[in-house]
Design a protein around this ligand. Structure first.
Ligand code: NAD
Length: 279
């Protein structure tokens, strides 16, 4: 877990997103959970999307409400068009609008390419890539309808795509996942180019190895963690809060001029650590 005090938590009163409305997909676990809580702490009203695990989602909602903001849980499968459309429509009804869309939901279905079924390939592409397209599209429609409200934010809206270092690092045994994240990189850049003239900011955050259920096998034993640490120049596995803090910063007006960029938050994993001792 986090080895030191979370700076944003310590700051407490810094409400970088006061009055904004945020939706986080896959927000009842791991990075999404930490992000939803961090956005609430930063002053945003938050929709906690989940596809399974209503109890966990309700616990996240309760945690967020302690900051004095509004929150509710909404069940929807991000790869289902009708459900995503309904989720954003309900948010506009309940909160009035949306300012921040965090397209975070994702999964892995790992297999050697010769063993990978079409269903395993398709499931990962559907959730990790098509799901982000659908969420971004529905958010963009509302951002364009509403436009900029100066008292709330300098931009008309922010879309944050949860990518991965596997946006650029090939990953043997995970061709479906790596392809989905490579796709997320281009989805983000193309949407950023298309939507920037409408004062909509689209960016991606690419986490390295973060301690969550998605990669439990990679850190749950000391041997596995030691193996993983060899790939991380900064020599620690990341915590969900490391990514949540980055989301708050990118969503806020502090980074209003950040458009179409992938922010790698990875302890240096993309620095080719295998070359650290020569090569
Ligand atoms: P996690 O398994 O803890 O969380 C994933 C969340 O997505 C869960 O809440 C899950 O229920 C949800 N989800 C899955 N399918 C869904 C669907 N169809 N509709 C709605 N929600 C769905 O894993 P995590 O590590 O927190 O992953 C969050 C994101 O971060 C993913 O996009 C993942 O690819 C990315 N990521 C994670 C790491 C890491 O090391 N943990 C590294 C790079 C990128």
């Amino acid at each position: 877990m986090a080895t030191s005090v979370n700076p944003l938590q310590a700051a407490g009163s810094v409400q970088l997103l006061k009055g904004q409305k945020a939706l986080v997909t896959g927000a009842n676990s791991g990075i999404g959970l930490a992000t939803a809580v961090a956005l609430g702490r930063a002053g945003a009203d938050v929709v906690v999307n989940y596809v399974a695990g209503a109890d966990e989602a309700e616990k996240v909602v309760a945690q967020i409400k302690e900051f004095g903001v509004r929150a509710y849980a909404h069940e929807a499968d991000v790869s289902n068009e009708e459900q995503v459309v309904g989720m954003v429509a309900r948010m506009v009804e309940e909160f009035g609008t949306i300012d921040v869309m965090v397209a975070n939901a994702g999964l892995q279905r790992d297999a050697h390419v010769t063993e990978m079924s079409l269903a395993e390939w398709q499931k990962v592409i559907d959730v990790n890539l098509t799901g982000q397209f659908l969420c971004a599209r529905e958010a963009a429609k509302e951002f364009m309808r509403r436009g900029v409200v100066e008292e709330v934010s300098r931009s008309a809206g922010k879309i944050i795509c949860m990518s991965s270092v596997h946006q650029i690092i090939p990953w043997s045994g995970h061709v479906n996942y790596a392809s989905s994240k490579g796709g997320v990189g281009m989805l983000m850049q193309t949407l950023a180019q298309e939507l920037a003239p409408h004062r909509i900011r689209v960016n991606a955050i690419a986490p390295g190895a973060i301690r969550t259920p998605i990669n439990r096998d990679a850190w749950s034993t000391p041997e596995a963690e030691a193996d993983l640490i060899r790939l991380i120049p900064y020599r620690r596995v990341g915590d969900p809060e490391d990514i949540a803090n980055a989301v708050v910063a990118v969503a806020s007006d502090l980074l209003d001029y950040m458009v179409g960029t992938t922010l790698y938050v990875d302890g240096g994993m993309t620095l080719f650590p295998g070359f650290a001792t020569g090569g």
